[in-house]
Design a protein around this ligand. Structure first.
Ligand code: 5HY
Length: 243
């Protein structure tokens, strides 16, 4: 039996539920999912400042998950906030949904497009493409121009716009797969894959399967080199509990 902790870095409980449901839908029969979000932080992650604030909450959850004995962790926000810091704090594998979706896309297509929420966060996706070495695999990036929490407002408008953008990307970009660029889009991937007749990839489910695979292979995060435990030092003030 393995336990995977799926961390939604924003404080939206509705989105945490969506993400948890997507994770459970693909989890193997021997895998339990705990979906969590920080108790303090930002209601949605829509920029560099939001990412910086959300990262502390992610690290708190990683520490808590480790103390609970989870086998691995997923960071379920498309900017993969705090990914490398989280790996320093973790013994099991830690996978970000952007890296999981991008890696998956390159295994089933030579070029993929990304569909995310706000235009201002496209630069975050571009930076990750560069950092992960996937820039040349990316055909185009699209934004539906609605805030992250529009995906949870119950109107269905954001979901309709995601669908329209995916259809446009398929027709115009010359891509073979689409990566959904927000944790809140997780439940859309299955239906869109069927409708578009091409892979539409949600990073939450991809990341859960990657954690399962790494655990089955017996791999945790390497503690040799830069991902070794953080250098012990007295953290002060509000950060003492991270020791
Ligand atoms: C996400 N923001 O996956 C990102 C991505 C985005 O609160 N969860 C967030 O920019 O849409």
């Amino acid at each position: 039996m393995s336990l995977i902790q799926v961390i939604n870095p924003n404080t939206s409980l509705a989105m945490t539920e969506t993400i948890g449901a997507a994770a459970r839908a693909v989890a193997a029969s021997g895998t339990d999912i705990i979906a969590v979000s920080p108790s303090q932080g930002v209601p949605s992650v829509e920029g560099h400042f939001d990412e910086a604030v959300a990262t502390i909450g992610v690290l708190e959850q990683i520490k808590r998950g480790r103390e609970q004995g989870v086998s691995g962790h997923v960071i379920a926000c498309f900017g993969d906030p705090g990914l490398l810091a989280a790996r320093e704090l973790a013994s099991g594998p830690v996978i970000g949904i952007a890296e999981a979706a991008m890696h998956t896309a390159t295994l089933v297509a030579t070029r993929f497009s990304i569909v995310t929420t706000l235009p201002r966060t496209l630069v975050i996706a571009r930076h990750l493409l560069q950092q992960y070495g996937f820039t040349h695999y990316c055909a185009a990036l699209h934004a539906i121009d609605l805030p992250v929490l529009a995906l949870e407002d119950g109107s269905g408008l954001a979901q309709d716009k995601v669908r329209e953008r995916c259809l446009a990307a398929k027709q115009q970009d010359g891509c073979g797969a689409i990566v959904l660029g927000c944790g809140g889009m997780a439940m859309l991937a299955h239906q869109l894959t069927r409708e578009l007749e091409m892979p539409v990839i949600d990073g939450v489910s991809a990341a859960v399967k990657m954690v399962e695979t790494l655990v089955a292979l017996g791999f945790g995060t390497s503690k040799h080199g830069d991902l070794a435990w953080p250098i012990a030092k007295p953290l002060s003030g509000a950060f003492q509990h991270l020791n």
